[in-house]
Ligand binder design. Structure first.
Ligand code: UTP
Length: 406
């Protein structure tokens, strides 16, 4: 794209300020900027000012496979799950493209050291768990790791330096998630540098489209993978490709499944799995009316009691059916470094929007979802914050309770 065409397009979208420093740039920098402009997708900007999707349909609690059900049927579930794993019908996707701003750690979150007496990164804990399952199945499963343009190099190097934590290198596949432009509250796209448009990872909902655009879906096709276990990086007790979970889902006939834990109280800040107009739906705690959050059933328990822990199983066939469906964009208010008046500014508080799609929104598109209850104390130790709830401190406590020597 040449300068004139770039100017024309930007003017049409009221973004001509992106060329403010063009005259100062040398030839290579100009090329970089023009190529960034050529790739820009302005359509996300339409989401600014749209009221968030807080108007829901008819909401009902969702029935779940409870801890008791699992205890009774565990052998059958595990047998089925191990059968699928053994025949390499299952792959896993680790979502590690987030920026972990709440934790305030400047490296990929998976590199965070939760060890006390010895070094123990989150990545090493997760891979240890994956290896234990692979050993039970007698075969390794393909493990895809989604990174972002911002943390890919650090992540890949860390895995290399640590010999992939013992997982076969040929079974680990990194891919970089797609990005969207970041902009000010009034919709002006930021420059990250005078020659570079500010781009941010497009949220964890972009994992399947990013995997496909990376070309790695050929591995799914070659292996005729039927199920993908998708999980977040920041739960140090995450159980990856849990055979019982896989088996229960496959036997249920559902297109997807979500691990859930019973909420500790009505106000707990987790998304809740429920039914909306007969379809599975995950409603964020801040979008759910208080009356529903606090509603109790005849057994005295919270009616909407199942919180999600970012561990899902998706049917590949159904994922391929819904690739044409668009996920809604959520506007995340963030502090976005940018160029202003010729200088780099690092704002201390949110100054604009990043556009993110969320994996929770995929669940609704899947049409059916098995809620599979797990023990919180054994499977949910998130590392989100620097201190207090869901911090390294609480995660270490839970690791110790589960017999880890850290
Ligand atoms: P979070 O919602 O906790 O976001 O991600 P985050 O960026 O890691 O942390 P904060 O909000 O800035 O503190 C939940 C999971 O989704 C992944 C994260 O890596 C984590 O596993 N994620 C999030 C992505 O892979 N890509 C994204 O764009 C966002």
């Amino acid at each position: 794209m040449n300068y004139e065409r770039a100017k024309e397009i930007l003017t049409e979208h009221k973004q001509a300020h992106l060329l403010d420093y063009y005259d100062e740039l040398d030839g290579d920098a100009r090329k970089l900027l023009l190529s960034d402009i050529e790739k820009l997708d302005f359509s996300v900007l339409k989401n600014i000012g749209r009221t968030s999707a807080s108007k829901y349909g008819e909401i009902r609690p969702i029935p779940a496979v409870t801890l008791n059900d699992v205890a009774l049927k565990k052998d059958g579930y595990e047998k089925e799950g191990l059968k699928l794993l053994k025949s390499r019908k299952v792959a896993a996707v680790l979502l590690a493209g987030g920026q972990g701003t709440r934790l305030g750690f400047d490296k990929p979150k998976g590199m965070f050291d939760v060890g006390v007496t010895e070094s123990r990164s989150i990545f090493s804990l997760l891979i240890d768990n994956a290896i234990s399952v692979a050993k039970r199945a007698g075969v390794y499963f393909p493990l895809f790791i989604m990174t972002s343009t911002k943390n890919n190099a650090d992540t890949v190097n860390f895995f290399k330096q640590n010999a992939y934590f013992g997982y076969p290198e040929e079974e680990i596949h990194f891919f970089i998630q797609n990005t969207e432009p970041a902009c000010s509250f009034d919709g002006k796209i930021f420059l990250d540098e005078k020659y570079k448009i500010s781009q941010s990872p497009n949220g964890n909902g972009g994992w399947y489209s990013s995997l496909k655009s990376s070309g790695l879906d050929r591995i799914l096709k070659e292996n005729k993978i039927e199920w993908i276990n998708v999980f977040g990086v920041d739960n140090v007790l995450q159980k990856i490709c849990d055979p019982a979970f896989i088996g229960a889902t496959a036997l249920s006939g559902c297109n997807c499944a979500s691990k859930v834990v019973k909420k500790t109280c009505a106000e707990e800040k987790v998304g809740v799995l429920c039914e909306e107009d007969g379809k599975p739906s995950i409603i964020e705690y801040y979008e759910m009316p208080k009356s529903l959050l606090e509603l109790r059933g005849s057994d005295g328990e919270l009616a909407y009691r199942y919180g999600v822990i970012l561990n899902y199983l998706f049917s590949v066939e159904k994922l391929n059916d819904i690739t044409h469906c668009e996920l809604p964009y959520h506007l995340a208010e963030k502090a976005i470094p940018h160029i202003a008046y010729g200088k780099k500014v690092n704002p201390g508080k949110p100054n604009g929007y990043k556009f993110e799609t969320l994996v929770v929104d995929m669940v609704r598109l899947m049409d059916s979802c098995l809620a599979y209850e797990v023990e919180r104390e054994k499977e949910f130790a998130p590392v989100k914050n620097k201190e207090g709830v869901d911090s390294a401190f609480t995660a270490r406590e839970l690791l110790r309770k589960n017999g880890y020597v850290i």
